[in-house]
Design a protein around this ligand. Sequence first.
Ligand code: ADP
Length: 247
Amino acid sequence: MRLAGKVAIITGGGSGFGEGIVRKFVAEGALVVLMDRDEAAAARVASEIGEKVRPITGDVSTLESFEAAADLARSAFGGLDILVNNAGVAQPPLPLETMDEGLFDRIANVNMRSIYNGSRAVVPHFKSIKSGAILNVASTGGVSPRPNLTWYNASKGWAIAATRAMAVELAPFGIRVNAINPVAGDTPLLSTFIGSGEENRARVVATIPIGRLSTPQDMGNAAAFLCSDEASMITGVDLNVDGGKCI
Ligand code: ADP
């Protein structure tokens, strides 16, 4: 029970990596506010798990959504200890000069602005309790980019840089900030990056030394450790959960 009694906000918990993180956190004793813009997805996960998860519909590109989630954490569970910034958007492969502004803005607003918004909503509270953990879900693309995913990869590189900068600023207040870098995962998002079909999947798997895609459980395991007191001396890291891709 690494997270016994801890209260966490997990964004994008209605699917994929976020759902895996929600399930692992509850298994480790946490109480979770699951924020997702997809109301049905959040409700499904919450009803499957039970009263330790409270769903809330919200969009991470707005500060109000995080404030509502933080209010729910305090009113339903009596506190707030952890924020997991997981919700993200992908891009299809594109030569970098051809991405339209609408998609660029969505990537910036979800993958980058979410970290800014989340920090504004939780850091004052974390400072008041002199503890807290923030985990940003970045990507192997942020450290080891493949061609034609430039603006997505750049947003994840920004998330890693933000993690380091936040960590050094917040360490004196007892607040830790870390990131994980998932490699391509067995989640609905994968088809946005690579299209569908077995052949595309096999091509991606061939680039991962361990020989498989990552799973939501892999992300849950890494996230639970980094947000637990077992990692109390660890801050500012981005942990590759990548089957050896980034070595
Ligand atoms: P991944 O592979 O990163 O887990 P998924 O598409 O499986 O990707 O899951 C991403 C989750 O994040 C979905 O449940 C989606 O509804 C949610 N999400 C995406 N954008 C936002 C947003 N702006 N605000 C809140 N949740 C979001």
